[in-house]
Design a binder for this molecule. Sequence first.
Ligand SMILES: [Fe+2]
Ligand SMILES: [Fe+2]
Length: 184
Amino acid sequence: MSHIFENKKYIKIVENILFNSNFVKLKYDDHHGTNKYDHCRRVSYISYKIARFLGCDYIATARAGLLHDFFYGKRLDKDENSYLNHPTTSAKNAKKFFKINKKEESIIKTHMFHQIFLKKIFPFINRKEHASVIKSRPTCIEGWIVCLTDMLVAFYELFIYKIKNNLKYAYNISLICIFNYIFL
Ligand SMILES: [Fe+2]
Ligand SMILES: [Fe+2]
């Protein structure tokens, strides 16, 4: 991740968020076996690169990518941190501490669309929460970039930091998949 700090163009876009003391607190929150600060930074930087390559709004992509999981504590700690509620909480925090525009707000709020979509294929995932596929999908190309990057980065981090060194976690994930196919 150190190469991120060598990309001056990227740093210039996100420095007011990246080094803000309220945002830096995310370093102390576990997330996918790593911490939320590194996860957000990874999603933001990869999304920024893709947006630049595609000629999209890379500024909104980098900023919203960085702020997409801007909530404190674990997802199971409180209702506002849940799988499907935390995008709204993150957008609320982003507005509280930084000035964000409508597009950035929308990117943050729709970044968990992959989870809603996955729930349709694997209904055993997060059975308590429900959301509409139509209403929750990203509204702009930058939203799709952050959403898909978040999903891929989450899989990568889960594999690198959790499954590889934690057989019990891998076993639980496998059981969920098997239950899906046997009972549904
Ligand atoms: Fe998220
Ligand atoms: Fe995320």
